[in-house]
Design a protein around this ligand. Structure first.
Ligand SMILES: *[C@@H]1O[C@H](CO)[C@@H](O)[C@H](O)[C@H]1NC(C)=O
Ligand SMILES: *[C@@H]1O[C@H](CO)[C@@H](O)[C@H](O)[C@H]1NC(C)=O
Ligand SMILES: *[C@@H]1O[C@H](CO)[C@@H](O)[C@H](O)[C@H]1NC(C)=O
Length: 416
């Protein structure tokens, strides 16, 4: 009663009504044997929904394991500028870091357009986590200049990208199948030293067609993009290390990237020199390094996190995905897929059904704090980046991760 008196001196009438109310309540609750039940009810109504909402925001699903950060390289060539922008918007999240690169085959106009897009986007400027390699590299498809470009971007991200946990290499014909909130949420619970890299030492036909031929990458000596040049001599398979091969798509841990870039150990350098004359080095360089490096072989997860549809038998390029692939793609539970028709119907379907992404907008997530009024992008206002709203994509991805890390899969498939 002390409490009531102090609190309600002026409106005496209200006070007495409230006291009566309390009296009634206590009888009622005693009768029910559930004290305070009624009180809870009152507070829920009285404090409006704002209160409930704030409570929800204060306890995001992502704590206590704090969300990780991804560092992305998205690269493209002539004519890929628009798709590159679309991929960037679809996988953008303020916690992540991004490097975009258009190789030297793209026209100066196209590169300038991308540069202006990156510089002019309000959110990118505010957060400051998107950068472009302005002095473009010349890249030979299948040649070592491709690996050199990936290492270059990784080095930039180490120097300028602050904290991040995984490096992911994408092209303009890749696309996400889950939101970044889904990805960050699922990876929150994973050891940060895992490396997702599809690999095998059964190089089979590749021994004769990839390991033994010697090539020269024209990207190192000419200014024009050209096919790799084949040398008449052949070499034998190396004995200093064991060759591994696999998919050119991967998510590599920061410790492993540091190992490759810093080069305190000689293995990454030695393997790079070997791969300088190797056909399709992106399908072997990191695989060979990681499986020959004792501290890292046990961190490999044998998967590239992509859905890719190959012809049977596989040709040089994977099939372009169409609407009929939607179900297979979803069933794979992979967070990314390739390769797509630029701005095709399948991409629109993924935007609408999997990412809830509006045209030319960001993929919405817990960080988006705008009202979305009048058709504006809700993500044009940056809220709290660590608030993650995981959706159905996180459930799918979790299935894949659970499978990959299950006993009988994880250890059994490492560097075999
Ligand atoms: C990195 O991304 C490009 C796509 O732009 C791809 O072709 C390349 O093989 C990837 N992997 C490596 C290891 O460079
Ligand atoms: C890696 O795993 C193997 C087999 O489980 C074990 O013998 C080896 O000591 C591990 N290496 C490291 C560096 O942890
Ligand atoms: C939306 O449009 C209405 C009427 O045109 C305007 O009053 C309002 O300020 C707009 N809101 C935003 C967020 O632009």
């Amino acid at each position: 009663m002390q409490f009531l008196q102090r609190k309600c001196i002026p409106p005496l009438v209200f006070c007495s009504i409230f006291a009566l109310f309390l009296l009634f309540f206590s009888t009622f609750s005693h009768f029910n044997g559930v004290p305070f039940l009624f009180f809870h009810h009152i507070s829920a109504i009285g404090d409006s929904f704002d209160f409930v909402e704030n409570q929800l925001k204060l306890t995001p699903v992502s704590t206590p394991p704090s969300p990780p950060r991804f560092a992305y390289l998205i690269s493209g060539s002539a004519g890929n500028g628009d798709m590159l922008k679309r991929v960037l918007l679809a996988i953008y999240h303020p916690l992540n870091q991004y490097v975009v690169h258009l190789d030297r085959k793209a026209s100066p106009e196209e590169r300038l357009a991308l540069e202006e897009f990156v510089k002019g986007y309000k959110v990118f400027n505010e957060v400051g986590n998107v950068r472009m390699i302005v002095k473009a590299n010349l890249i030979t498809y299948k040649g070592p200049t491709m690996v050199a470009n990936t290492l270059h971007a990784a080095a930039i991200l180490l120097r300028e990208g602050g904290d991040w946990d995984w490096f992911i290499n994408l092209s303009a014909s890749d696309y996400p199948l889950v939101t970044q909130d889904d990805l960050l949420h699922t990876f929150s619970n994973l050891p940060r030293d895992l490396n997702f890299i599809d690999h095998t030492s059964k190089i089979g036909w590749k021994a004769g067609q990839r390991a033994k031929p010697v090539i020269i990458d024209p990207g190192l000596s000419s200014l024009k993009k050209a096919e790799v040049a084949w040398v008449k001599e052949r070499r034998s398979v190396p004995t200093a290390f064991k060759l591994f091969t696999g998919s050119a798509w991967m998510a590599l841990s920061r410790p492993f990237i540091e190992y490759c870039i810093w080069g305190w150990d000689n293995l990454p350098r030695k393997v790079l020199m070997y791969y300088t004359n190797f056909v399709s080095s992106p399908e072997g360089y990191f695989h060979t390094v990681i499986c020959n490096a004792e501290p890292f072989r046990n961190t490999t997860v044998n998967h590239d996190l992509h859905f890719i549809s190959w012809d049977n038998p596989p040709k040089q390029h994977p099939r372009r995905l169409r609407l009929v692939h939607m179900k297979l793609m979803l069933d794979s539970n992979a967070p990314f897929a390739r390769k797509f028709y630029p701005n095709g119907r399948l991409l629109d379907k993924i935007d609408a059904e999997l990412l809830s992404r509006g045209r030319e907008m960001f993929t919405p997530g817990g960080w988006c704090a705008g009202s979305g009024e009048n058709g504006t992008d809700p993500c044009s206002v940056v809220g709290t980046p660590t608030v993650l709203k995981a959706g159905p994509g996180a459930k799918r991805l979790q299935l894949l991760i659970d499978f990959l890390l299950s006993s009988g899969t994880f250890r059994e498939r490492q560097c075999k």
